[in-house]
Design a protein around this ligand. Structure first.
Ligand code: AMP
Length: 540
């Protein structure tokens, strides 16, 4: 017998419609790419998004067409989030940090005909333009005053975003869309092979946003002021443009200003209480605060994900800025949130040092995500906090396959994340490593993440990476690559001594090489594959 309840569809436009009614005065503050700060309300955003939906129609965009964006976190990008998906087309956010060849590949693969781009990315577009096969129109996200001349052939005209919006009426009826249809598309920043497209549905987007606002997840409410430093060009900025709008939180969009000074300015001026971003951004911010003697007084919580948050960062935020770190884990294929390490009763009762240690774990699954770890034979491993295996997940916002790829990546209905993890009896998941990065030494595994986290606690180190390097006796041994902070000097022996009471003796790196910088992927992760290629002969 079926339940006798309404079956209304969960659509992206419904969030903005709700915000226009119930959070109409809620603010969106955005740092313009042209300079200056733009400030308006959810009601203004809803009105402009309807104008934009009319403009899309005039540009010839129809249902399920892919519409590309190459843009920072700004109010204009926010409007595209709603107008494109809300009108039934598919928002294809592109990561400008991908290599130009990968960029051209995904624009062609998605068959994007219209591209909206920020002024900053015009040189990038010029570089890839000769390879583009489907692109017909380009809209520059600016006003008439800042409109540049197109460097491209006349066949692909440059249109002005503000002029397009001005010309349209705000009378627009958001269509009723099947909730299972695609709303947005984001390509993985794959380190091997071509990037793969993850196609989010309206339903998965809503469920993910709904789950993530909960107290046990990101704890986002109407009273919060959020600063997502996670880019809107990758995994929908962790869904914040949707979740913040659901609750009418004050939303601060940092534009292209992700450096310490720009962030500190926004945090103080707008009284930001919740920050969200990857560890490298916070390293920059914390260093800047230290140099300038600034404390982040309004900030209460900092969500750190995308890479492991070291204990020193967790401690610094707490002890220097009185801000609690919520460590989170996810991936493009998970929309992205899988786990969040939020403050709960269990954690509150722990002594401070034990709490910091617990905070280094990536947390417990948010409601909706199922999680298990499995060994080589695919057998489930115990949740004892010791056994580690391949992390498998399931849930309504987890990808079942990739765009235009027939082969399903699922194993018995589970998605293999490519991460190796432990799960403890309380359900806390801890990422040991990417399965490709774990160091196999004499039949045992060494976690490169744990070693990096231990090393980065040394005050002389700005950044570091540990890789497994082929070794004649042990298969692989750890090699530490270290970037020193400005004006710092230190010997290899001092670092080994520093590590010696923090990790098992057989985990200690066989060698340390000081480098000026480390290579990063388009999403800010260290490109370990490249490091392994460069340093493979160093221990044999
Ligand atoms: P992406 O799809 O680019 O967002 O990358 C997802 C991958 O980033 C995951 O599979 C993990 O390997 C890594 N990752 C994400 N969050 C964390 C975290 N908190 N700690 C360690 N690794 C993480």
């Amino acid at each position: 017998m079926k339940g006798l309840m309404m079956d209304s569809h969960l659509t992206v436009s419904s969030i903005l419609q709700y915000a226009e009614k119930y959070h109409k005065d809620g603010e969106i503050v955005s740092r313009n790419v042209e300079g200056g700060i733009h400030r308006y309300s959810y009601q203004d955003a809803a009105i402009r998004s309807r104008c934009l939906a009319n403009a899309l129609k005039r540009l010839g965009v129809t249902q399920q067409d892919r519409v590309a964006t190459l843009a920072w976190n700004t109010h204009r990008h926010y409007e595209l989030y709603y107008a494109v998906s809300g009108s039934g087309a598919i928002l294809h956010t592109i990561n400008p940090r991908l290599f130009p060849d990968q960029l051209a590949y995904i624009l062609n693969h998605a068959e994007d005909e219209v591209l909206f781009l920020d002024l900053t990315f015009i040189p990038l577009l010029e570089q890839v333009a000769p390879q583009l096969k489907s692109l017909k129109k380009i809209v520059v996200l600016t006003d008439r005053e800042h409109m540049p001349k197109s460097p491209l052939p006349d066949a692909i005209p440059f249109l002005c975003y503000e002029a397009l919006i001005e010309a349209e009426s705000d009378a627009y009826e958001w269509p009723d869309i099947d909730e299972t249809s695609a709303a947005s598309l984001c390509y993985t920043s794959g380190t091997t092979g071509n990037p793969k497209g993850v196609l989010y549905s309206h339903r998965s987007t809503i469920l993910h946003a709904w789950a993530s606002i909960s107290r046990e997840a990101l704890d986002i409410g109407n009273n919060n002021t959020l600063l997502p430093v996670v880019p809107m060009f990758h995994v929908n900025a962790w869904g914040i443009p949707y979740s913040a709008t659901m609750v009418g939180a004050k939303l601060i969009l940092p534009g292209a200003g992700m450096d310490g000074a720009s962030l500190c300015e926004l945090i103080a001026a707008e009284q930001v209480d919740l920050l969200l971003g990857v560890p490298t951004i916070w390293l920059g911010l914390l260093q800047y605060c230290e140099q300038q003697g600034i404390t982040l007084d309004p900030v209460k919580n900092v969500v750190i994900g995308g890479a492991a948050a070291p204990i020193t960062m967790i401690r610094d935020f707490q002890e220097k800025h009185n801000a609690f770190v919520m460590h989170a884990w996810g991936m493009t294929e998970l929309s992205p949130i899988g786990t969040v390490n939020s403050l709960n009763r269990y954690m509150s009762n722990l002594p401070l040092e034990a709490r910091y240690t617990l905070q280094t774990k990536q947390g417990r699954p948010v409601y909706g995500i199922e999680m298990k770890i499995a060994g080589q034979d695919n057998q489930a491993l115990p949740h004892d906090g010791e056994s580690f295996g391949h992390l498998l997940v399931k849930g309504p916002w987890v990808a079942t396959s990739y765009y235009k790829e027939d082969k399903s990546p699922l194993i018995d209905g589970w998605f293999d994340t490519g991460d190796v993890a432990t799960i403890d009896p309380q359900g806390y998941m801890n990422i040991v490593d990417r399965s490709k990065d774990v160091i196999k030494s004499g039949g045992e595994w060494i976690s490169s993440i744990d070693l990096e986290n231990a090393a980065i606690g040394h005050p002389a180190l700005a950044e570091c990476a540990v890789i497994g390097v082929p070794h004649p006796k042990w298969d692989e041994r750890p090699l530490l690559l270290a970037v020193l902070k400005e004006d710092m000097e230190i010997s290899k022996e001092e670092i080994i001594f520093y590590l010696s009471d923090k990790v098992a003796k057989w985990w200690l790196p066989d060698d340390i090489i000081f480098v000026d910088e480390l290579p990063h992927t388009a999403t800010g992760k260290i490109l370990k594959m490249k490091l392994r290629e460069s340093y493979q002969g160093t221990l044999s």
